[in-house]
Design a protein around this ligand. Sequence first.
Ligand SMILES: *[C@@H]1O[C@H](CO)[C@@H](O)[C@H](O)[C@H]1NC(C)=O
Ligand SMILES: *[C@@H]1O[C@H](CO)[C@@H](O)[C@H](O)[C@H]1NC(C)=O
Ligand SMILES: *[C@@H]1O[C@H](CO)[C@@H](O)[C@H](O)[C@H]1NC(C)=O
Length: 310
Amino acid sequence: MPPEMREKNMVPTMATSESTPLLREVDVAPTRHRYPHDKLRRLCTYSLGMLLVIATVLFLLPSAVLPREHGSIWSYFPGSNPFPHSSWPHSYGLSYKDLQTILQETPTPEKEREWSSYYTAGPHLAGKNLSQAIWTKERWEELGVQETEIVAYDVYINYPLDHRLALLKKSGDKTEVTFEASLEEDVLEEDHTSGLPDRVPTFHGYSASGNVTAPFVYVNFGTYADYQDLVDRNVSLEGKIAIAKYGRIFRGLKVKRAQELGMVGVILYDDPQQDGEITEENGYKAYPEGPARNPSAVQRGSTQFLSESS
Ligand SMILES: *[C@@H]1O[C@H](CO)[C@@H](O)[C@H](O)[C@H]1NC(C)=O
Ligand SMILES: *[C@@H]1O[C@H](CO)[C@@H](O)[C@H](O)[C@H]1NC(C)=O
Ligand SMILES: *[C@@H]1O[C@H](CO)[C@@H](O)[C@H](O)[C@H]1NC(C)=O
């Protein structure tokens, strides 16, 4: 061995040449292990990590690959096929046309008539008439839905106590009633539900209880724009009762805007203008003889502030 090689680990002195490395080799201490059983620990970490990956894959795989009731897990990602099968509606056992037919013909007109007659035969204000709920449960079971139950909920709801609508005229100290609405629909011989002793009186769900006497302002449909027109024309609305016809927007919103403008009450009525083509004027007979609106018909419903239905 040439002496230069033997002296490799020594600081080079004179024996440098063109091929002498610029950096000399330096001995470092052998790798120190921070913990005892270092290899074992690393092995454990790797195997636990691998186990975690395998478990995740095994967990996700079936839901991603196997068809599920509502399609695979990928159907939740944007841009994916929303149908339960990629080729649906073209093929999934049932053809699209067959499905359409089933949906359009279910329930049959006979069943529809039967169920509609049942539900309208008795009073069925929200939260009342448990027997209708039980009847419904039985129908579901008949249709093969085995796990049906009737569940009780505590809800905010109002029930009618009393109602009156009168037009008062003040002359001097005296106040006289010039008009009083019956607030009752005609009792028809042909429709026994119109004469049920415990029929639901005309009232608005979710309206406030109270007795107000105030001047009134006609507010057209009671839309936001209708109220705004009155505000822009300096018509004073505060402390007054709004008279609005049904139509255009959900009735609760007519009440909402009136309330916001400081009005104290709202009277909603069906204007014959909104009856469309099917009117007695156009030769149709009124209910129950025909499809036109019975002149005494009154709308019932909720005045909750449902803006989605506007
Ligand atoms: C509940 O409704 C049914 C049918 O609609 C009716 O026959 C029954 O009298 C009603 N019950 C009550 C307590 O109003
Ligand atoms: C409501 O107010 C009117 C007018 O002040 C009054 O004639 C009527 O008796 C009141 N009704 C109730 C239920 O308080
Ligand atoms: C409403 O009142 C305001 C302020 O008093 C007035 O400037 C405006 O001209 C009035 N508008 C109408 C339509 O009368």
